[in-house]
Ligand binder design. Structure first.
Ligand SMILES: [Mn+2]
Length: 351
């Protein structure tokens, strides 16, 4: 840290994420921004999430009421890749054709080519995220992926799985994301957890929380997974609360199935949409900000180690760039996730 840095002062223009002065080499945790939303089927804008979060992060006070001084461990965000931005544009154009055809490309060579192109660009993106993560893990960094749509963390979870023979995923979302190649896209945002379960055997447990929008095929698929998947539906959690259960008890139940090492995958739409009005697929209901924060706190206080995390589906209001609300919530959630992760790894101390 430079001697001139004042954690109480306003962030300067040339500062890094959260207004911090650290270079990557002095940072315990590195964010990889992934401006990617190729398979987004409904509202767009999540490819602008990382830059909006970076901008909004400079308004977040460094002193944290949960984790005291998480910034002292050093936090750094890498630059967005120009390649990824270009791949996103190309893949999106192809994906749009397939989405407009309702995902039914059978017999139409042009559409079949478009679908194949999207799948190939997505595989390339996965490889990019995998490589970035691997390289950072190799250097001893904690890695956080900032999306982008929810397809982006696959490569990171894959890289983490090479270091950890067995771990769990705590998944916050309105959606189960266990669709099999949604709209034909192998690497759809709506298929992330299906792909994780099918392709990453080191993930021994998936705990889904806040889920309130899923199709019958997903429900069948989850049930077939048996104990490997624990589904905490939003309606069930709401009913339990209405009938007197408190969030402390529910939080304990939610984390109970998780093993000692956990990756957190946080889709912002797991929160009540008042916290993310411009996200791609908002659904009424969902968690309150402090419910999510408390759940992560309980996870960490149980002694479990957070081995990395992603935050995705944050979309700024593209019609009015003065409206910072979605990015503001995103940046604050990112800071909470960061703080608790550092605490779980002995790199910060909670109050
Ligand atoms: Mn999702």
């Amino acid at each position: 840290m430079t001697t001139k840095f004042d954690p109480n002062a306003a962030a300067t223009e040339d500062s890094g994420i959260f207004g911090l002065p650290f270079p990557e080499s002095d940072s315990a945790l590195v964010y990889v921004p992934v401006p990617w939303e190729a398979t987004t089927s409904y509202g767009g804008g999540t490819s602008h999430g990382p830059s909006a979060i970076l901008q909004a992060s400079k308004q977040v006070d460094l002193f944290d009421t949960d984790v005291n001084k998480p910034y002292e461990a050093g936090l750094f965000m890498r630059s967005e890749s120009e390649d990824v931005k270009n791949w996103n544009e190309v893949a999106k154009t192809h994906a749009q054709m397939v989405i407009e055809a309702g995902g039914d490309v059978g017999g139409d060579p042009e559409l079949e080519n478009a679908l194949q192109a999207v799948n190939e660009w997505s595989a390339k993106l996965n490889h990019y995220v995998y490589q970035q993560t691997s390289e950072l893990l190799q250097a001893g960094k904690i890695v956080s992926i900032v999306g982008g749509d929810h397809s982006v963390p696959f490569g990171a979870i894959q890289a983490v799985a090479e270091k950890h023979p067995s771990f769990g995923v705590l998944h916050f979302d309105a959606h189960s994301d266990t669709r099999i190649a949604y709209e034909g896209f192998t690497w759809s945002h709506a298929s992330i957890m299906y792909n994780v379960l099918e392709r990453i055997p080191q993930v021994t447990q998936l705990v889904q929380v806040g889920i309130r929008d899923l199709c019958e095929q997903e429900m069948d698929y989850i049930q077939k997974q048996g104990n490997r998947v624990s589904l905490f539906l939003d309606r069930t959690l709401a009913r339990r609360k209405f009938e007197g259960a408190n969030w402390s008890k529910l939080a304990q139940e939610i984390i109970a199935p998780l093993p000692s090492h956990v990756w957190i995958s946080f889709d912002i739409d797991g929160l009540d949409p008042r916290f993310c009005p411009h996200t791609g697929t908002p659904v009424p209901g969902g968690l309150d900000f402090q419910e999510a924060n408390y759940l992560i706190a309980i996870l960490v206080q149980s002694g479990r180690k957070v081995i990395g995390f992603d935050l995705n589906e944050v979309a700024p209001n593209l019609e009015n760039m003065n409206d910072e609300w979605d990015a503001n919530v995103g940046a604050r959630l990112l800071y909470k996730l960061t703080g608790w992760t550092l605490v779980s790894q002995g790199l910060a101390r909670a109050f």
